[in-house]
Design a protein around this ligand. Sequence first.
Ligand SMILES: NC(=O)c1ccc[n+]([C@@H]2O[C@H](COP(=O)([O-])OP(=O)(O)OC[C@H]3O[C@@H](n4cnc5c(N)ncnc54)[C@H](OP(=O)(O)O)[C@@H]3O)[C@@H](O)[C@H]2O)c1
Length: 216
Amino acid sequence: MAADKRIGILGSGDVAKQLGKGFAAHGYDVKLGTREPKKLEAWRKEAGGKVAVGSFAEAASHGPVVILATHGAATESVLDLAGPRNFSGKLVLDATNPLDLSHGMPPGLLFGLTDSLGERVQRKLPDAKVVKCFNTVSNLKMTHPEFSSGPARMWICGNDAASKRAAEEILQELGWAGALDVGGIDAARWLEAMVPLWARAGLALGTWEHMLQVVR
Ligand SMILES: NC(=O)c1ccc[n+]([C@@H]2O[C@H](COP(=O)([O-])OP(=O)(O)OC[C@H]3O[C@@H](n4cnc5c(N)ncnc54)[C@H](OP(=O)(O)O)[C@@H]3O)[C@@H](O)[C@H]2O)c1
């Protein structure tokens, strides 16, 4: 278990709220970041545990781990608002997806397959260790990884091996069987591309609580 349990979460949507509540339930000291802290007041009161709300910059400055849970198309401007220097040396778990919903459901990808939001985040935060994580599952499963088929591993990728090990330790603490590390941050193209496929599988199966896994 990490000694420093402070974690900043950039976002105010379902993902940030679920992660915030879930990490607080595991003893973390959580700060959510948003442009409008007031709108998270009700969430803060009902979340339980050690939770606070501040600006994007305050959440990014909060501790050694920062999670990105912002709208895909807005994520790079959120990093500008948060101040890229506030991420220096930190483990940044990137849960975002660059979904193109301009044609409705199921989604496409804003950057196609020749770039990814994970890579864009790493380019914008060159001094941070970005690990793509959490983006391939529903927010309902992120800190409650129970599946009827049994234990599951979280898809991750990133450039720094030690940071990926740290991410896996956090995942195991939350109940995940571990991480499935598919390479450098350039592999975010494929973890993000899983999401339009995940959505199509969800529409076919009539569920949003599934996950794509490797079986052998
Ligand atoms: N929903 C899921 O189950 C799920 C699962 C896996 C991954 N994801 C990914 O996780 C991310 C968060 O999803 P979500 O559904 O929780 O929330 P969301 O509605 O996609 O994003 C909400 C966040 O984006 C920020 N935002 C939106 N437009 C902005 C703008 N123009 N400028 C600055 N900030 C802006 C909001 O800031 P304010 O707080 O200031 O309003 C808020 O914090 C997305 O990238 C999504 O694809 C979602």
